[in-house]
Each structure stands twice: as C-alpha cells, then as structure tokens.
Design a protein around this ligand. Structure first.
Ligand code: FAD
Length: 462
C-alpha cells in the first residue's frame, strides 16, 4: 500500500456512479501513484422546498428561503433518495473490491469537496461534466475553491454515448430539432466502446479507514434510514421492482436482452402500460450513471451481431440518441431550459392554480387515465413514457397549469429523474420547446387506444 505521505487523487462522482466506462476514474487511476478514492455528496436537505428558479443561488438556505417554490413539492421523495442510496452503496462495494474506499458526505459540494481534498492533501479532483445551470455553476465554484488552495478540478466527458467533444457541431449550435441532430450524429459520429475498469491503486490504510468511518457516519442519519425503507418497499401493484445498484442494472440487461430477447420486440411493445418488459427499464440506472449509455449501446451491437438486428434493436439505440440529445439540449439552453416560456420564448406560462396542481399530484383530477398514472408515479417512482406524456399533457395543456410545477413534481418523484430528459420532455409536451409536432394529447382517446381493456386504469384506480 502507498504511504500517506503521497496524497490520493479523488474521483467526485455525480451522475456517474460506477467504475467501468468512467473517464474520470480512468484518468485518475493513471495519475495516482498514491491511490484513488471516490467521493459522493448527498443532498443535505432532501425535504427542502423545490425552487422554481435555477441558476440564481445554489445554497440550500437561499433556495429554501426563496419565494418562488413549487407548492407542496420537495427536492427529493424518500423513494428517490433511497434509490440513490442503493446506487451509492453498490458503488462503495465496487471501490472496496478494488482495494479503495468511497467517501460519502452530506452538504453543499462547494464546501464538502474542497474540505475533503484539503483533509486528504489531494491535489487533484476528477469529475464528470454537469449539464444543467445549477450544476455548471456548482462546478465552477468547486473549481475556484480548489484552485484557491492550489488544487485542480478536472472534468471528463462521460454522461452521453457521443462525447460533446466528438459532436460535428459546437453545443451552442445544437440543432433545434431532434431529427436533424440524429441524422448528423448517425452520419458523422461513432459510439466508442465502453472503457474497462482500470487498474486502480487502492488508498493507504488510514485513508480507507477514514473513508469508511465518514461514510458509516453519513449513512446513519435518520432520514436516510427512512429513505432506504421507502426504496426497499414495493407496492403489490407495481410491475417492476427496481434496485438502484449497478449489479441490478446488469442483471436487467442479462434478462431483458439475453434471457428473454425482449429487445428484439421492443418497437412493438414500447408503448405498453402494464408489465415489466414492454420497455428496457434501464432509465433509473442510466440516470444515476450506474450503467453507462455506451454500455447499453455496446450490448445492442453485441445482440445484433450474435442474435438479430431489426427495427426494434435499432429503436432502442434511437431512444438513447434522444437521451443524448436532451443532455446536450440542457447544456445548450442553460437557464432557458427551466424558463416558463421555454427555450424559444414561444407561449406565455400557464396558470399557478394550486388546487388543480394538488389534485393532479394526488391523482384526483377525475380523469381516470391521468389519475392512474399519477397513482403509479406516487406509489412506485416509475411511469411509462406513454403515461408520462399523457399526465404531462393534461396538466400543461388541458388544465393549463404552469408546466414547471409538473416538471418539479416529476423531478421529486421519479427514480429515473434526469435533468435534460425530464425538463426537455416537459417543454416539448407543454408546447414551449422546439418540438415541431406541438401536440396536445386527447387523454380519453389515448386511454382507449393504449389501455383498451381498462386494465391499467383498474390497476391504479386509487
Ligand atoms: C414528461 C416526461 C418526462 C420525462 N422524464 C424523464 C426523466 O426524468 N428521466 C428519463 O430518463 N427519461 C424521462 N422521460 C423519457 C422517457 O419517458 C423515459 O426515459 C422512459 O419512460 C424510461 O423507461 P425505459 O428505461 O424503460 O425506456 P426505454 O423505452 O427502454 O428507452 C431506453 C432508454 O432511452 C432513453 N429514452 C427513452 N425515451 C426517451 C425520451 N423521450 N427522452 C429522453 N430519453 C429517452 C432512456 O434513457 C431510456 O432508459 C420523460 C418523458 C416525458 C414525456
């Protein structure tokens, strides 16, 4: 083991909670004769009110004190937080398996990361890029705080299949329409193979002991215990039990691709509402980065080479391109991704009708298809794409409520919350994004088409 005299390098994980296919881990491992440790910062106050404005002040106290909070919505539901803890505990096991440790701390990253680096006497912190305005700002503040102490923050591209630096255009010139983006990317880019877990030099004994003690102390908090219980509990009506750890995501790939060949039927089944297998269910692992999109793309390629290549296998790749697109979209538009008038400033914002919003969140709108979706979301933290489109369209277009409130509720509840895909899809559905179709969903016609026997509405009637 290296001695404490040579300081370790820190990998600050955010939505990249894995060692494999992780450019930050790979680079850190190359530059760390004295070992590498991981670090994760958990939200200090997950129950704080949800701020409507982003990019103004990132401190928790300032957000909580802000007047523009979304009524009745907190930052993180217990279930979503518990899902994150499952992912973090899996990551800790990964770090331990390579002879190192993970520091789990709580608070404001702008304070926690520089303090940790100073305590370990680390000169370098490696991390993933952050797409949205708050995180970009947080990154800049951490970078400044580190550099004031003579330390550096190195950011590596890794949350998308195609690296931003490999795009055939600058992020600022991102095509406004997805199909233009897709055509250019399909023509001009290649998805790289995922990186293997690098050979990692473990940290010395006293650093590992310090990390273990710090993480144990953090995870002992009472509200985290409640979150863990919420994530482990499963509603009997739920079709799919989702554990946040990477091992569970890999098991899902093994079953959905290889044991059951569901990927070969995906294009026909993907609009399903009931059942575990109509879609891949990989979103929650992708959102926290326990599985990378390149790992999924490489699995698609392998399946196509070894079993079959058809419209369905292509369509899964197509959906991953949507994910990439919204990651770049939120980087492109920054604060406007969260603006009521949308990225193009097209339509005026909706009403701030608290009563209608509360009835939507509770699944008490009186519209059975919408209420079923909202009950499922609250009970499981999951929702199919078809149901998301319908409940979102009903709130933003039919009821005319501020779409940002709905996006905030989704953010707090969804275990697969991902900033670009969530806020980008909400803008599309609300008609303020750059979706050329600009559709309003007729939820009754949708229910008849996608839930013809009423099985979904019956299952989630209350
Ligand atoms: C209002 C609204 C909010 C949404 N919020 C989120 C969110 O917070 N996080 C999230 O991951 N997805 C979000 N989506 C997109 C989509 O609903 C989910 O990705 C999908 O339902 C997840 O299930 P799956 O993993 O089985 O998807 P599959 O159908 O198996 O698709 C595979 C993967 O492709 C990506 N993908 C699929 N559809 C989309 C899409 N429309 N936009 C971007 N990526 C997509 C996801 O990473 C998904 O895991 C939202 C959609 C709407 C309409």
């Amino acid at each position: 083991m290296p001695s404490r005299a040579s300081p370790p390098v820190i990998v600050w994980h955010r939505t990249d909670l894995r060692l494999a296919d992780n450019a930050a881990v790979t680079h850190a491992a190359r530059q760390a004769p004295a070992g590498v440790v991981g670090a994760v910062v958990l939200p200090a106050e997950p129950g704080a009110p949800f701020p409507l404005s982003r990019g103004r002040d990132s401190s928790v106290a300032a957000r909580a004190a802000a007047l523009d909070v979304v009524p009745g919505v907190t930052g993180w539901s217990h279930r979503r937080l518990g899902h994150l803890l499952q992912a973090v505990e899996g990551l800790r096991a990964e770090w331990r398996a390579v002879g190192s440790e993970l520091f789990v701390v709580r608070g404001d990253a702008v304070e926690c990361i520089p303090v940790l680096a100073a305590e370990l006497d680390a000169h370098e912190v490696h991390t993933a890029p952050c797409p949205a305005v708050d995180e970009v700002r947080e990154n800049a503040m951490v970078e400044r705080a580190l550099s004031e102490r003579g330390m550096s923050l190195q950011v590596h591209d890794e949350t998308t299949m195609i690296a931003a630096s490999d795009l055939p255009f600058a992020i600022g010139d991102l095509p406004e329409v997805f199909s233009s983006f897709r055509r250019r990317v399909e023509r001009e880019c290649r998805v790289p193979a995922p990186l293997p877990v690098p050979a990692i030099r473990g940290a010395c004994d006293d650093v590992r002991a310090q990390a273990a003690a710090c993480t144990d102390a953090t995870l002992a908090a009472a509200d985290l215990a409640a979150a863990r219980i919420a994530a482990a509990s499963s509603d009997p009506r739920a079709s799919f039990a989702c554990d946040g750890a990477r091992s569970a995501g890999l098991a899902r790939i093994a079953k959905w691709f290889w044991a059951d060949d569901c990927v070969a039927r995906y294009k026909e089944t993907r609009d399903g509402l009931v059942g575990a297998d109509f879609s891949s269910r990989l979103s929650s692992w992708l959102a926290l980065g326990t599985i990378s999109p390149r790992e999924v793309a490489s699995e698609i390629r392998r399946y196509e080479a070894e079993r079959t290549a058809n419209e369905s296998t292509y369509w899964l790749f197509f959906e991953l391109l949507w994910r990439d697109y919204f990651h770049f979209w939120v980087r492109r538009w920054q604060r406007r991704a969260f603006n009521a008038r949308g990225v193009l400033g097209r339509t005026p914002c909706g009403s701030q009708d608290r009563e209608t919003f509360a009835s939507w969140c509770a699944g008490e709108t009186g519209e059975p298809f919408v209420d079923a979706g909202m009950h499922e979301l609250r009970a499981t933290g999951q929702l199919s794409n078809r149901a998301r489109q319908n409940v979102a369209s009903w709130l933003a277009r039919t009821a005319g409520v501020d779409w940002r409130w709905g996006a905030a509720w989704f953010e707090s509840q969804l275990i697969d919350f991902d900033v670009g895909p969530n806020w980008g899809n909400w803008q599309y559905v609300a008609g303020v994004g750059n979706d050329p179709r600009n559709r309003v969903f007729d939820v009754r016609a949708q229910a008849e088409r996608y839930d013809p026997d009423g099985a979904y509405r019956a299952r989630w009637a209350s």
